[in-house]
Design a protein around this ligand. Structure first.
Ligand SMILES: Nc1ncnc2c1ncn2[C@@H]1O[C@H](COP(=O)(O)OP(=O)(O)OP(=O)(O)O)[C@@H](O)[C@H]1O
Ligand SMILES: [Mg+2]
Length: 226
């Protein structure tokens, strides 16, 4: 199994009042699979995605990648693993507005210390794939929502992750741009065999994935088993 979650629980504190958002989430995702997670606002979808992406730690429970349990003690090893294996597309883009498209795109390559040749080659490849070549030098604030989302996806793909996590990647887009983004995800999944975990409110989009899970009242249930 590529990703496995066992009995994941997450408690947040509202003042000193504990609130259990995740109450025992179980999930198995195979390599190359594409799945959707749906659920009401506030049900914990972003929380769960952050836990899968190892940027947040469950209160109890375990996560395994290829059978190996995540060790939260070793920060350096964990962030190395995360950089190498996981790409994030956040709910609100997280792009740097004062930089242009090319500069935003290559940030992971710079952090990773890739050679300039490698950075330029990867950037060209991604800009082509995302059909953003004409926007290469444009400032982020001049981009449409769909273009920003494509850029955020490009940045998430820069280091060729095995797992792509996307938090409502079409939430702020018109139906036409949303369709383009989803087709792009499906293409990436098929061509590059990237495993995809997508959070969405849109059932039509969710149904294009291999499996749909519903997060409700702290538990994750496969949709067609409801
Ligand atoms: N760091 C935190 N401290 C306290 N409460 C938190 C924290 N992060 C999230 N929560 C709470 O946990 C619940 C789940 O939040 P989360 O963002 O995971 O929901 P969501 O399903 O992604 O919602 P949406 O669909 O609106 O994006 C919310 O009630 C939120 O207020
Ligand atoms: Mg959310």
């Amino acid at each position: 199994m590529f990703v496995e979650l066992k009995n994941i629980k997450k408690v947040f504190f509202n003042g000193d009042k504990p609130i259990e958002i995740l109450k025992g989430v179980e999930l198995k995702v195979e390599k190359g699979e594409k799945i959707a997670i749906v659920g009401p606002s506030g049900s914990g979808k972003t929380t769960l995605l952050n836990i899968i992406g190892t940027i947040d730690k469950p209160t109890t429970g375990e996560i395994f990648f290829n059978g190996v349990g995540i060790d939260y003690q070793d920060d350096e090893k964990l962030s190395f693993f995360r950089r190498k294996k996981i790409g994030f597309v956040f709910q609100f883009y997280h792009l740097l507005p004062e930089l242009n498209v090319f500069e935003n795109l290559i940030i992971p390559g710079l952090i990773e210390g890739l050679s300039w040749m490698e950075i330029e080659r990867t950037a060209k490849e991604l800009l082509e794939k995302l059909r953003l070549i004409p926007k290469k030098d444009a400032r982020v604030y001049t981009l449409s929502g769909g273009e920003r989302q494509k850029l955020a996806i490009g940045r998430a793909l820069f280091l060729k992750p095995e797992l792509l996590l996307a938090d409502e990647p079409t939430g702020n887009l018109d139906p036409e741009s949303a369709k383009e983004i989803i087709n792009l995800f499906i293409e990436l999944n098929q061509e590059l065999k990237i495993t995809l975990i997508l959070v969405t409110h849109n059932m039509e989009i969710a149904k294009k994935m291999d499996k749909v899970y519903l997060l409700k009242e702290g538990f994750l249930v496969e949709y067609n088993k409801l």
